[in-house]
Ligand binder design. Structure first.
Ligand code: 3PG
Ligand code: MG
Length: 399
């Protein structure tokens, strides 16, 4: 199996050709203002776009944003993303108000060599996410008429069997873009023979979301550090009361079983920051992990835990981190995530940050992105890769 990449396409010559680029421009937007709060995913696709425009291609970019339900929904419009993309490229980006309709066709027709168009949200069309092959295929047929070649640079969406990810590449010459290539190279290092110690840090709210990756990683890693909302289900499994903290009661038994099988590899918090309410100004204290008051909920890991996790990371040679350690969006509960992120940057290790929230945390906390080995643009995608699953978007590129 081989996957051709952007250089192969460029070598064929793309001047004057319409090239479709599937990007993952699913960026977080401020609920009140609709402004882009983190443009990391837009910046991540620039190398592919500038390589194509520089070679004279007519570049047609398409993406999803959020989870609209198969019909136009203004709050999920990609229009603000087109504006930001234009600023970052330093060039006009033509915006089409639909995906495969009149606006898309005329926008693409108007492209001069080296110009970029962005189509409206793919998920405004039922066919994009349909489970019905024929419905997806019919939409993919329409999309495919807009270009002569297909580039997948939407790493964050490669785990989705969607028309733009899975069915369009079956209809056009297809290659992996620069971002997809880099992401896959990095993750392949982690699933191959990572340099040891290999330490994984997992956070986020739900054990059930992370169960498959924990199962897959346990035999591979030297240490697995668990924080974030999901640590409370593990603490409960250890026999501790967790007050009103996030808890997945039905996962307690599973966690108990994991802890038994982990033979000491799993490290849990020894102290937590417990608050009266889920609010930035809630009264809060640091308490022992086995003494969380019944009326309080844990919103961050405590300082002793940060120190312990930092010690467990200090001699690591390979690190993968997915999921914040606490509610980092609130200053009072950001210290755990900040402390662990700083410990990762201090280790003399190849470090990979996986996923939307942790990548956004790195930038929101003002940490230096370049002090990490790689910041992935895919949360679900990188986890599914590490689970060893077949990713539809990657499989579709293989010849
Ligand atoms: C993401 O943000 O995880 C990707 O853009 C995929 O989005 P989805 O989870 O809505 O498919
Ligand atoms: Mg997701």
């Amino acid at each position: 199996m081989t996957i051709r990449n952007l250089d192969d396409l460029l070598a064929e010559g793309v001047s004057g050709r319409r090239v479709l680029v599937r990007a993952d421009l699913n960026v977080p937007l401020d609920k009140q203002t609709g402004k882009i709060t983190d443009d990391g995913r837009i910046r991540a696709v620039l190398p592919t776009l500038t390589a194509l425009t520089g070679a004279g291609a007519k570049v047609v970019v398409f993406s999803h944003l959020g989870r609209p339900k198969g019909a136009p929904d203004p709050q999920f419009s990609l229009r603000p993303v087109a504006a930001r993309l234009g600023e970052l490229l330093g060039a006009q980006v033509r915006f089409a108000e639909d995906t495969v309709g009149e606006s898309a066709r005329s926008t693409v027709d108007a492209l001069a060599d080296g110009e970029v168009a962005l189509l409206e949200n793919l998920r405004f069309n039922k066919g994009e996410t349909s489970k019905d092959e024929a419905e997806r295929g019919a939409f993919a047929d329409q999309l495919a008429t807009l270009g002569e070649a297909y580039v997948d640079d939407a790493f964050g969406a490669v785990h989705r069997k969607h028309a733009s990810v899975f069915d369009v590449p079956a209809r056009l010459p297809h290659v992996a873009g620069r971002l997809v290539l880099r992401e896959v190279e990095v993750l392949a290092k982690l699933t191959g023979e990572p340099e040891r110690p290999y330490v994984v840090v997992l956070g986020g709210s739900k054990v059930s979301d992370k169960l498959a990756v924990i199962e897959a990683l346990l035999p591979k890693v030297d240490r697995l550090l668990i924080g974030g909302g999901m640590c409370f289900t593990f603490l409960k499994a250890q026999g501790h009361e967790v007050g009103t903290s996030l808890l997945e009661e039905e996962m307690v038994e599973t966690c108990r079983n994991l802890l038994e099988r982990a033979e000491g590899k799993i490290l849990l918090p020894v102290d937590v920051v417990a608050a009266d309410a889920f609010a930035p100004d809630a009264a809060h204290d640091t308490v022992r992990a086995d003494a969380i008051p019944s009326h309080r909920l844990g919103l961050d890991i405590g300082p002793e835990t940060v120190a312990g996790f930092a010690a467990a990371l200090a001699d690591a040679k390979t690190i993968f981190w997915n999921g914040p350690m606490g509610v980092f969006e609130m200053a009072a509960f950001a210290n755990g995530t900040r402390g662990v992120a700083e410990a990762i940057t201090k280790a003399d290790a190849f470090s990979v940050v996986g996923g939307g929230d942790s990548a956004a945390a790195v930038r929101a906390l003002g940490l230096d992105e370049s002090s990490f080995g790689h910041i992935s643009t895919g949360g679900g995608a990188s986890l599914e890769y590490l689970e060893g699953k077949t990713l539809p978007g990657i499989a579709a590129l293989e010849d």
